[in-house]
Design a protein around this ligand. Structure first.
Ligand SMILES: O=C(O)c1ccccc1N[C@@H]1O[C@H](COP(=O)(O)O)[C@@H](O)[C@H]1O
Length: 194
């Protein structure tokens, strides 16, 4: 459904405490639906490197999104590019994000809101802070509290490399709303490039 809606990347959540958790078997089956230009991202929170490597290998992940307290030195060794997610409460967290630029295999940063827990909480952050990474030389993804109604404003405000959404396109935690997914992708992809 997500691919048909036009999404560029599918996130598979391996955090056992998430309502979006998928088993390795489910993940591998979903990853096999990947179109030629699609990305399959494994989302992990403070997971052991051996488990991450096993999921990359067995589930066909094309990148990993580290959404926990992983230090810069833990962002390498998985054989695929790393998206490091940081929860943003204020400017100090954006400065912390900078410490991951050039570290290990970090290819992209993801800025998320600071909901309780590690992610998927539907909480945004001050989008004006994204500009602080404009000179960092690394692509930035914006997430946190996005939905079909506010994502265009988020893109206009932050000019990100991409956006990520979990709870904002669901009927209930972990259950995607196909109409909302389609509306979200349409809202982003029909934005004029200025
Ligand atoms: O979605 C989850 O349950 C989750 C759990 C642990 C870490 C990350 C998680 N999801 C990521 O959180 C952000 C924001 O989600 P939301 O749109 O605010 O609900 C996003 O990057 C998800 O991939």
């Amino acid at each position: 459904m997500a691919w048909a809606a036009g999404t560029d990347a599918l996130g598979l959540n391996f955090y056992p405490r998430s309502p979006r958790y998928v088993t390795p078997e489910m993940a591998a089956a979903l990853a096999r639906t990947r179109p030629a230009l699609g990305a399959v991202v494994g989302v992990f929170v403070n997971e052991s490197p051996d488990v991450i490597r096993a999921r990359v290998r067995d589930c066909g992940l094309t990148s990993v999104q580290l959404h926990g307290d992983e230090p810069p030195e833990a962002c390498a060794g998985y054989g695929v590019p790393v998206i490091k997610a940081l929860r943003v409460r204020g400017p100090e967290d954006v400065e912390k994000a900078r410490t991951y630029v050039g570290a290990g295999d970090v290819a992209t940063l993801l800025l998320d809101g600071a909901a309780p827990g590690y992610g998927g909480g539907g909480v945004g952050f001050d989008w004006s802070l994204v500009a602080r990474l404009a000179d960092a030389g690394v692509p930035v993804l914006v997430a946190g509290g996005l939905n079909p109604e506010n994502v265009r404003e988020a893109v206009r405000a932050t000019r990100p490399y991409g956006v990520d959404v979990a709870s904002g396109v669901e009927v209930s935690p972990g259950v995607k709303d196909a109409d909302a997914v389609r509306a979200f992708v349409r809202a982003v992809k029909t934005l004029a490039w200025e």
